[in-house]
Design a binder for this molecule. Structure first.
Ligand code: SAH
Ligand code: MG
Length: 198
C-alpha cells in the first residue's frame, strides 16, 4: 500500500485477516498508533465491509523514535509553525483517498488518557503505539481490558529474539497477555494475533 508508515505488506494482510476473523458483534475495532494511516488501510476495509467502525487513536506527534535525530524521523511531517510532528493531515488524506472516511474515526490525543475514559467494548484491538517500556506497559494495562471476551488482540513489533528489535512490545504486551487470559492464534513477521478467552 502506498501510504507512509511502518507496516510490511505481509503483516498488513495478516492484520486484515485477523480483523476479518473477529466477531464484530462484540464491539468496535480500535488501533492505538496510526501515524499516517498505513495500518488503517488494512483495517478500515473490514469495518466498511462489515458495517462496523474503526477507531484510530494517536496524538499524531510521533513516538520517541519518530522525533528529529532518531532513526524513524520524517522531516516532511513536522509542522513548521510549531516545530512538532503532525501526522494528522497525512492520516486524513490516506483515509479519504481510500474511501474509508465513514468507517474510520480518528481519536486524537494521549492514548493512556483516552483509554482511562474509554467505554466502548472492542471486538478487535491493534496495539502499535509507543514502543518504549512505559508506553507499551500502559497500552497493555489500559487498552486490553476493553477487549470483549472472545475478541482479538493484535500486537505489532513483537520480537522474541532481542537481536531482531526492541523488547517492550514483547515483554510488556505479548507476554503479559499470554499470562492473563489471551491465547495465541497466529504470528506473521513481528505481528502477533491473540484471542481473549471467554
Ligand atoms: N500503525 C502505524 C505506525 C504507528 S507508529 C503504521 O501502520 O504505519 C506509532 C504511533 O504511535 C505514532 O504515530 C505516535 O504518534 C503514536 N503514539 C505514541 N505514543 C502515543 C501516545 N501516548 N498517545 C497517542 N499516540 C501515541
Ligand atoms: Mg509497528
Amino acid at each position: 500500500m502506498a501510504a507512509r508508515g511502518f507496516m510490511p505488506p505481509a503483516e498488513g494482510v495478516a492484520l486484515a485477516v485477523a480483523a476479518e476473523s473477529a466477531d464484530l458483534s462484540l464491539g468496535a475495532l480500535l488501533e492505538v498508533g496510526s501515524y499516517c494511516g498505513k495500518s488503517a488501510l488494512y483495517l478500515g476495509p473490514v469495518a466498511r465491509r462489515r458495517n462496523s467502525l474503526l477507531y484510530c487513536v494517536d496524538h499524531h506527534r510521533g513516538s520517541e523514535e519518530n522525533q528529529a535525530g532518531w532513526d524513524f524521523h520524517e522531516p516532511e511531517l513536522v509542522d513548521p509553525e510549531l516545530g512538532l510532528m503532525d501526522t494528522l493531515p497525512c492520516f486524513r488524506r490516506t483515509v479519504f483517498n481510500a474511501g474509508l472516511e465513514p468507517w474510520v474515526a480518528a481519536v486524537v490525543g494521549d492514548g493512556p488518557r483516552i483509554a482511562r475514559h474509554w467505554g466502548t467494548s472492542l471486538s478487535f484491538l491493534f496495539v502499535d503505539g509507543g514502543h518504549g517500556e512505559e508506553p507499551a506497559r500502559l497500552d497493555y494495562e489500559l487498552w486490553t481490558p476493553h477487549v470483549a471476551p472472545g475478541g482479538i488482540l493484535a500486537i505489532h513489533d513483537v520480537f522474541p529474539d532481542p537481536a531482531d528489535g526492541g523488547r517492550p512490545p514483547y515483554e510488556q504486551i505479548y507476554l503479559p497477555a499470554l499470562a492473563n487470559g489471551f491465547v495465541d492464534l497466529s504470528n506473521t513477521g513481528s505481528l502477533r494475533v491473540l484471542r481473549k478467552e471467554f
